[in-house]
Design a protein. Structure first.
Length: 343
């Protein structure tokens, strides 16, 4: 089969790669219909390995059709369309027992620690798969996982209806965060980015105020747009080096700054300011399949979210030049989706 294999810094190529073979008990083998890429994939290609363990087939956002089902996979049959979570957890450790499977002691992410979905086929555990409703397209289904990440992030932030929220970065994951914050009832919902196209999408997704901050002082803009007191919740989704410190400055007394964008190096933040203003600092990682993934599918079924956030659909052969590179350079206008069978 064809697969996008990551072998090290700057090394991703579409190669002939062994198929998964027969599924083990509890596994499904999927023919990939659509896979999406995100900043994590681009960061691994441009700066990694950060989390990945190469050589590995990339891809942790994907949806497919069951072509083989192993023993012990009740509810799934050949021909079913399914979406899969980002990684496999053990189900036995204290984090899994507490409902935090994303923090599992043995968590293995597809596309980082085990072969992922940027390929013709992939083998996955059945217990992190959900059936895709008939009225949700393959392209939309591939966005269920990143939307689940955004819903998990907003849940972690403690955002409540009627509370102000500022989202820094409206790119791939940031756009989903905007949609999730709007669904949670953020008011006002302020979105900051350096690209007018992404800001237009943010308005379509429910942002009440947007501002292009290219060349501006991000901290000053956050303070200005929140009446000088900061937002109840600031979600940093850009991963820009200066953004965490600015997000802290733009969070009001007693508010919450949530860090979602991954940083490539250690950053300084003002601990004195954080302490004397009782600012809560929260972080977020991946999603919980049991709660976040079903909600994501429901949102995708009810709203034209996928049509709004989609940038382009590309064939697997164009992954680097039309997918990873634009993401790494900040040129993508929205979600980039891959059709493994596309020419």
């Amino acid at each position: 089969m064809k697969a996008a294999v990551y072998r090290g810094p700057g090394s991703v190529a579409t190669e002939d790669y062994p198929e998964p073979g027969d599924p083990r008990p509890g596994e499904l083998v999927l023919r990939i219909n659509r896979a999406a890429i995100c900043g994590t994939d681009a960061s691994e290609w441009a700066h990694g390995p950060l989390l990945a363990q190469p050589p590995v087939v990339l891809g942790h956002e994907f949806a497919g059709t069951v072509v083989a089902a192993g023993e012990g996979t009740p509810g799934f049959s050949v021909g079913d369309r399914v979406v899969c979570g980002a990684g496999a957890s053990c189900g036995r450790c204290e984090w899994c027992a507490a409902g935090r499977s994303n923090l599992c002691a043995e968590y293995r992410t597809f596309g980082l620690h085990r072969d992922g979905g940027l390929a013709s086929y992939v083998a996955v555990p059945h217990d992190i798969c959900l059936h895709v409703p008939d009225w949700v397209s393959d392209t939309a289904a591939a966005m269920a996982q990143p939307l689940a990440v955004a819903l998990h992030a907003v849940r972690r932030s403690g955002l409540a209806p009627g509370r102000s929220c500022a989202v820094v970065g409206a790119g791939g994951i940031g756009a989903f965060v905007v949609a999730a914050a709007a669904a949670r009832g953020a008011d006002p919902l302020i979105v900051l980015d350096i690209d007018d196209g992404r800001l237009e999408k943010a308005r379509q997704l429910g942002a009440s105020l947007t501002r292009n901050v290219r060349g501006a002082d991000l901290a000053a803009v956050l303070t200005e747009e929140t009446g000088g007191i900061g937002a109840h919740v600031v979600i940093e989704a850009s991963g820009a080096p200066h953004a965490p410190a600015a997000a802290l400055s733009g969070t009001r007394r007693g508010g919450t700054m949530l860090l979602l964008g991954l940083q490539a190096a250690a950053r300084e933040i003002d601990l004195f300011s954080m302490t004397v203003r009782e600012v809560n600092v929260a972080t977020t990682q991946a999603h919980v399949c049991r709660t976040d993934l079903p909600e994501a599918l429901q949102v995708l079924a009810e709203r034209p979210l996928a049509d709004i956030v989609l940038d382009r659909v590309i064939p697997l052969a164009d992954l680097v030049e039309k997918g990873l590179r634009p993401l790494a350079e900040g040129a993508a206008q929205g979600k980039i989706v891959v059709d493994p069978a596309g020419a």
